[in-house]
Design a protein around this ligand. Structure first.
Ligand code: ADP
Length: 393
């Protein structure tokens, strides 16, 4: 019997899946159903990188999930699925940890959809699809907001009338599964640093930073939505709200048009006019691409200062996410002007993508720690069905 837990990350037109054994960090298999619809594609592969044949109806999420499971069952005919873990963007003001799903929870989470309209409905549709596909199998919701529920009030609110705070207009923070993973890894590989004040820079297509003290989130660059803070692949990051008033008042833009502008046409893509992809911008050599990188680097430097200020100092800076884990250029450029914070990069270590990339002389440790959001979901799914977790041991 191959006992396993499944992790699902359902987006508007995609379904990211991993199949994990009951122990250990390595999935048996993972895959992506993309462009779900008439042009849907599905790729599944084992941990060793071998393709798993999978075909089916890729015009809907339900069809894609059925195709995924058929592929896994063909590869492991004795597959026994114990639980399904889901990435859910929003858990609301009170949920600080994963929760096993029931009908009341689904209703509650659906009420949060207006706070995350581009993600929450798709995440919940993924849960409903999996509930229908695997009746009786526990479904576990893991929230991107949960890790940040430890924020002090000053980092949880805006200076708006209190009634808005009370109805949920708060700084939630996102990328919590990634930060949860990094906090756990740091406790394992550098426990003395994990006890201290750490800035984690999750720099991928989506980008944010988290200031954590003793492994708990104190501050996040993302706020009410996953738009705030750093510029991202296609998202603006922080903009003066006066700009939005101008766009509405003077240019007559609708909420849908502004949403499209801020989520899909801004950030690295908007500034470069070329691409949302850091690799392409590094290779492009155009003045606009260079300026897009300049802005990204500058805002990262500013926000590292802001996170450190929120914590009263900084003992370590951790890079993760596609850019943080791979771009030697961006890491060097960000750290170049942070000598005043005790940061100094060792060029050889940085070029080698070493775990510690700061020099031995530096008072602030700089590390590269690959993140693993799927594993955080898998661990929560395991825990929900009573499988002991390494961290708990
Ligand atoms: P997502 O937020 O979608 O999970 P990722 O964490 O995969 O995104 O990050 C994607 C980003 O990482 C892209 O901008 C990509 O160009 C960048 N990236 C990946 N590898 C490299 C590299 N070797 N050098 C520079 N940027 C890289």
């Amino acid at each position: 019997m191959t006992q396993a837990v499944l992790t699902l990350n359902a987006g508007s037109s995609s379904l990211k899946v991993s199949l994990f054994p009951t122990t250990g960090d390595v999935p048996l298999a993972s895959g992506l159903a993309d462009r779900i619809g008439p042009e849907g594609t599905l790729r599944l592969k084992t941990a060793a990188g071998e393709a798993i044949a999978a075909t089916g109806d890729l015009t809907s999420h339900a069809g894609a999930l059925a195709a995924v499971i058929a592929g896994f069952r063909a590869a492991w005919p004795d597959l026994d699925l114990l639980a399904v873990g889901h990435r859910v963007v929003h858990g609301g003001a009170d949920r600080a940890r994963p929760v096993t799903v029931d009908a009341a929870l689904l209703d509650d989470l659906a009420r949060l959809a207006p706070f995350a309209p581009l993600h929450q409905p798709h995440n919940l549709a993924g849960i409903r699809t999996a509930m229908a596909a695997f009746p009786g199998v526990p479904q576990v919701a893991c929230f991107d907001t949960a890790f940040h529920r430890s924020h002090p009030w000053v980092n949880d609110t805006f200076a708006l009338p209190r009634a808005l705070y009370d109805e949920g207009v708060r700084r939630y923070g996102f990328h919590g599964l990634s930060y949860d993973y990094i906090a756990g890894e740091l406790a394992r590989i550098a426990p003395h640093l994990a006890e201290g004040r750490v800035v984690v820079a999750h720099l991928g297509n989506g980008a944010s930073m988290c200031g954590m003290t003793g492994g708990r989130s104190i501050a996040s660059t993302m706020g009410f939505s996953a738009l705030d803070g750093l510029p991202m692949g296609t998202r603006s990051g922080q903009v003066d709200p006066g700009v939005l008033l101008y766009l509405m008042d003077q240019k007559g833009m609708t909420p849908a048009e502004i949403s499209d502008l801020l989520y899909k046409r801004s950030g690295l893509l908007g500034l470069s006019g070329l691409s949302n992809d850091m690799r392409e911008l590094e290779a492009a050599g155009t003045p606009e691409a260079a300026e897009a990188i300049d802005y990204f680097v500058f805002r990262c430097q500013r926000e590292i200062g802001s996170m450190a200020a929120a914590m009263g100092g900084m003992d370590a800076l951790i890079f993760c996410g596609g850019i943080g884990e791979n771009s030697r250029l961006v890491r060097t450029r960000i750290c170049d002007r942070l000598g005043w914070m005790g940061i100094e990069i060792d060029p050889g270590r940085n070029a080698a993508n070493a775990q510690v990339i700061s020099s031995d002389m530096a008072s602030t440790t700089v590390m590269v720690v690959p993140t693993n959001e799927e594993l955080v979901i898998a661990r929560a799914a395991r825990a929900a069905v009573g499988l002991a977790e390494r961290e708990a041991a």
